[in-house]
Write a new protein. Structure first.
Length: 459
C-alpha cells in the first residue's frame, strides 16, 4: 500500500495492527450470533454484544451500553466525546449474522475464522463483524497518531439480518441517541476488491409469509390425488405468478421500469461475480444495474414442504413460503408489502385459502452524494487506494436503519462503505473477507475522519 508522507504513519499503524485484528475477528466470528432463537441460543448474540461493549470500553469510550430493543435483541452503543467544536460521526455495523445454510456445506467450519488462498473465511467475516473490526482499527490508528479528531458514536446492531426493526424503533423512541453530523454505515462494500466505492442507493425490503390451506389433513395421493386440491401445488402456482416469462418481477400495481444512470455493471462481470452457470440466462430486462439497483425484485426465501428424503405419497393439506420483495428508492416499503399481499391472495387457484402476514420491512434509501462528507471520503479513498477515484454505485440489499436515520436526522450526511465486495459471498456458503480490503478500508475510514474534522473546522 502506497501512502503520502503525511498519511504514512496512519497506514503503518493499521498494517501493524492487522495480526491483532485477525485474532479479534476470529473471536467475534466464533459467536454463533444468528438472531433467531429457533436456530441458535440467544446467549450467543448476548456474548457477541458483550464482546463489542468490552472492546469499546478498552478504547476509552466514556459511555457504553447494551440497548434492549423492542424485538428482544440487544444493540451495543458507545460514545466518545471529541475535541471542542469538532463534528460528531456515527459509525454503524451489526454483529448478528445469517444462518450458515448447512455447516456441512462449508469448506471450513462457518464459525471458525480460517485463512485460505489469501482470504479469511467465516460467517460474518465481511457481513458485518468485519465492519466492527474496521471501525476499531480506524479509531486505534488515529489514537496512535495525533488522536481522534471528531466525536464518535458507535452502534452495533443485533438483528439487522432478521429485519425485525428493533433498533429502528429504539432510535425513534430515543431520537437524540444517534444524532450525528455524519454517519458511516460500514455494511456495504466496494464494487470490486481494489475499486473504492460508496453506495448511494439501497433498495428497501418487504418480507411476508404466505400460507395456503386446502384440506383438513394430508391425504393418500393414490386414493385422493387428481381431485383433492393440493396446497403445495397451489402455492407453487401462486409463487410463479410473481415473475414474467423473462424472470422480471411482477407484482400488481408495483412499478418495475426504473433506470440506473450511475456506474454500470457489465453483464459478464456480473455472471462471474454471481457464479451463473454456463448457458443459464440472467433474469429480467434492462441493464444489470437497472435490475439490481433501480427495480423491484422478488425472491422466494424458503418453502415449508416435505423433504425428498422420507417423503410419503400424500396430497398436502397446507404449505407456506417466506417471500422477500426488494424495492428501489421512490417506493414505500409498506405500500409494496400491501401490494405483494394483495397479489398473492388474488392468485389463489381452486378457491384455496390464502393468508399473508408481514415478516419484516425496511425503507429504501438514496444518499446526497453532493454533500461535503462525500468530498472528504473521496479524498480518503484516493489516498488509501493509491490514487484510484471513488466510484458511486447502488446496492440491491437493504439496511433498514439507514432510512430511519435519514428520517430522524435529515441534516446528517450518510455514507455507506464496508467489506462486502462480490468475492466475499455474503449470506452464502464460504463467506470471506479480504484482509487487504480490511486494511485499506480501515485506513480509508481513519483518513475520512481526519479529513472531515478539518473540513468542519475540528482539530
Amino acid at each position: 500500500m502506497v501512502s503520502s508522507p503525511e498519511h504514512a504513519p496512519l497506514a503503518g499503524a493499521v498494517r501493524e495492527m492487522m495480526p491483532e485484528a485477525r485474532r479479534e475477528l476470529a473471536e467475534l466470528v466464533a459467536f454463533r450470533s444468528v438472531a433467531d432463537p429457533e436456530l441458535f441460543p440467544p446467549e450467543e448474540c448476548r456474548a457477541a454484544a458483550e464482546w463489542i461493549a468490552a472492546a469499546l470500553r478498552a478504547e476509552g469510550f466514556a459511555e457504553v451500553a447494551l440497548l434492549d430493543t423492542p424485538d428482544g435483541t440487544q444493540s451495543v452503543y458507545g460514545r466518545l466525546p471529541g475535541p471542542e467544536g469538532a463534528p460528531t460521526v456515527l459509525l454503524y455495523a451489526h454483529y448478528d449474522v445469517q444462518p450458515p445454510l448447512g455447516e456441512e456445506l462449508w469448506t471450513s467450519p462457518p464459525f471458525e475464522l480460517t485463512e485460505r488462498d489469501g482470504r479469511w473465511y467465516g460467517r460474518g467475516a465481511a457481513d458485518c463483524k468485519g465492519g466492527v473490526i474496521m471501525h476499531l482499527l480506524a479509531l486505534r490508528a488515529l489514537r496512535a497518531h495525533g488522536g481522534i479528531p471528531v466525536g464518535v458514536k458507535v452502534i452495533a446492531e443485533g438483528s439487522e439480518e432478521r429485519g425485525t426493526g428493533g433498533l429502528e424503533r429504539y432510535a425513534e423512541a430515543h431520537p437524540e441517541l444517534l444524532r450525528a453530523d455524519a454517519v458511516v454505515i460500514g455494511d456495504s462494500g466496494n464494487f470490486q476488491a481494489g475499486r473504492p466505492t460508496v453506495t448511494a442507493v439501497l433498495r428497501g425490503m418487504a418480507m411476508v409469509r404466505v400460507r395456503v390451506d386446502t384440506l383438513e389433513g394430508n391425504l393418500h395421493s393414490g386414493a385422493f390425488g387428481g381431485a383433492a386440491p393440493d396446497a403445495l401445488a397451489a402455492l407453487i402456482r401462486i409463487l410463479d405468478s410473481l415473475r414474467a416469462a423473462d424472470g422480471s418481477t411482477v407484482v400488481d400495481g408495483l412499478a418495475a421500469d426504473g433506470v440506473w444512470s450511475g456506474t454500470q455493471y457489465p453483464e459478464e462481470q456480473f455472471r462471474a461475480d454471481a457464479g451463473v452457470l454456463a448457458g443459464v440466462e440472467l433474469t429480467g430486462s434492462g441493464t444489470v444495474a437497472d435490475r439490481l439497483w433501480a427495480r423491484p425484485s422478488v425472491t422466494v426465501l424458503g418453502i415449508d414442504c416435505p423433504p425428498v428424503v422420507g417423503a410419503t405419497p400424500s396430497v398436502q393439506a397446507s404449505a407456506r413460503a417466506l417471500v422477500s420483495l426488494r424495492v428501489p428508492p421512490g417506493t414505500d416499503a409498506g405500500e409494496a408489502a400491501r401490494l405483494l399481499a394483495a397479489h398473492l391472495e388474488s392468485r389463489a387457484p381452486w378457491g384455496a385459502r390464502v393468508s399473508v402476514e408481514a415478516a419484516g420491512e425496511g425503507q429504501p434509501f438514496r444518499a446526497d452524494t453532493a454533500s461535503p462528507a462525500y468530498t472528504a471520503m473521496a479524498a480518503a479513498m484516493r489516498e488509501a487506494y493509491d490514487g484510484a477515484e471513488m466510484e458511486i454505485t447502488g446496492q440491491g440489499g437493504s439496511i433498514p436503519l439507514t432510512s430511519t436515520l435519514a428520517g430522524l436526522y435529515p441534516e446528517a450526511e450518510i455514507l455507506l462503505t464496508g467489506l462486502s465486495e462480490p468475492a466475499a459471498r455474503i449470506h452464502a456458503v464460504d463467506e470471506s473477507v479480504s484482509p487487504d480490503e480490511l486494511e485499506r478500508m480501515a485506513l480509508t475510514e481513519a483518513l475520512f475522519l481526519r479529513n472531515y474534522a478539518a473540513q468542519r473546522g475540528g482539530s
